[in-house]
Design a protein around this ligand. Structure first.
Ligand code: ZN
Ligand code: ZN
Length: 347
């Protein structure tokens, strides 16, 4: 496959983006070329542009939540065919570090993140490791499949792996946007009760109730703790998820936990939060758990849940913008225009 394609390019020196003509990449050994159908716009893409995350390359194609079809197989790839519908993993292990050498690829010490360490999928084509591909079930749309690679799988990791939410546990979710919405849905799916959403935006709170939250409170409410106590029969929260990552949300979520409760920190910002005095923290036996990402196999689990109608992502795609208008989509997410859960780019 020769020739050129359209691709978004982030230029680190000027912190600007442009849609440009670039050569169609060639898949190396063990890799495949994927014709991109859709690719989501994530907050971490914004963080690269505004400098919150350091640039790893002088120029890179962004976008790491993609779906598409295999257009070409690299040397040595088996088990896949051209035309297969796939979700590429949003990262690739180095195969060289201590953990990779013992087969623990998920915990690679030098994991390379798609759209940061190598070119992503706001482009007509992207290259992916065959070992990181997930097959999309026939009845799952390319649109919904695209967001499985982060917007839904990071919440899955937070709820199932880090938070280990059990049946009947009381759960609170701070910030009910692209990530928090799916935490609400997955907490309900694994049997949490009640599930309480916290957000300052009334439109977002209403949506959270429609998507499965039992209660939705304004986090600025002065009587918030009383309301949480009332909603949980006096128990307070077993597990709190902070999807906003702000000092105020982190500390409020921690404060609403029961003795021995778990706070899962999902949202990332430059703000510093406190757990209070060491005495208070010890006596309360609360746990604070940092969370990042998911296992690649989680994408397949989620695809199965969507395929069998257990998880409804039909409201998760807020808008689709053509690749040429990717800047408009970025701006809308930045300004919370229309309170998007996920905006997709269509090459
Ligand atoms: Zn992301
Ligand atoms: Zn490694």
């Amino acid at each position: 496959m020769a020739g050129t394609m359209r691709a978004e390019r982030f230029h680190a020196d000027t912190k600007t983006i442009a849609v440009e003509d670039v050569p169609i990449p060639k898949p190396g050994p063990g890799e495949v070329l994927v014709k991109v159908e859709f690719c989501g716009i994530c907050h971490s893409d914004l963080s690269l542009i505004d400098g919150t995350f350091p640039a790893l390359l002088p120029v890179v194609t962004q976008g790491h939540e993609a779906s598409g079809t295999i257009a070409k197989l690299g040397a040595g790839v088996t088990g896949w065919s051209e035309g297969d519908r796939v979700v590429p993993s949003a990262g690739r292990p180095c195969f060289a570090c201590r953990n990779c050498r013992r087969g623990d690829l998920t915990n690679c010490l030098n994991i390379q993140l798609m759209a940061f360490a190598y070119d992503g999928a706001w482009a007509e084509y992207t290259v992916a490791q065959a070992g990181g591909l997930t097959r999309i079930p026939d009845n799952v749309s390319f649109e919904q499949a695209a967001i499985l690679a982060d917007a839904v799988s990071t919440p899955f990791g937070a709820v199932v792996r880090t938070g280990k939410v059990g049946v009947g546990e009381t759960v609170g979710v701070w910030g009910v946007g692209g990530v928090g919405t799916h935490i609400v849905q997955l907490a309900r799916l694994v049997g949490a009760v009640p599930v309480i959403a916290f957000d300052i935006n009334p439109v977002v709170r209403e949506r959270a109730l429609e998507l499965g939250a039992d209660y939705a409170f304004d986090s600025r409410d002065e009587d918030l703790k009383e309301k949480v106590a009332e909603a949980t029969g006096g128990r307070m929260l077993d597990v709190a998820f902070d999807a906003a990552g702000l000092k105020v949300t982190f500390e409020q979520a921690l404060d609403c936990l029961t003795v021995g409760g778990r706070l899962v920190a999902v949202g990332l910002s430059a703000q510093e939060a406190s757990v209070g005095t060491t005495a208070q923290f010890g006596l309360s036996q609360k746990q604070v758990l940092g969370h990042l990402g998911y296992k690649n196999v989680d994408i397949e689990t989620l695809a199965e849940l969507v395929s069998r109608g257990r998880l409804d992502l039909s409201r998760s795609i807020s808008e689709i913008v053509p690749l040429e208008d990717v800047a408009k989509g970025i701006e809308k997410l930045e300004n919370h225009e229309g309170n998007p859960i996920r905006i997709l780019v269509k090459p």
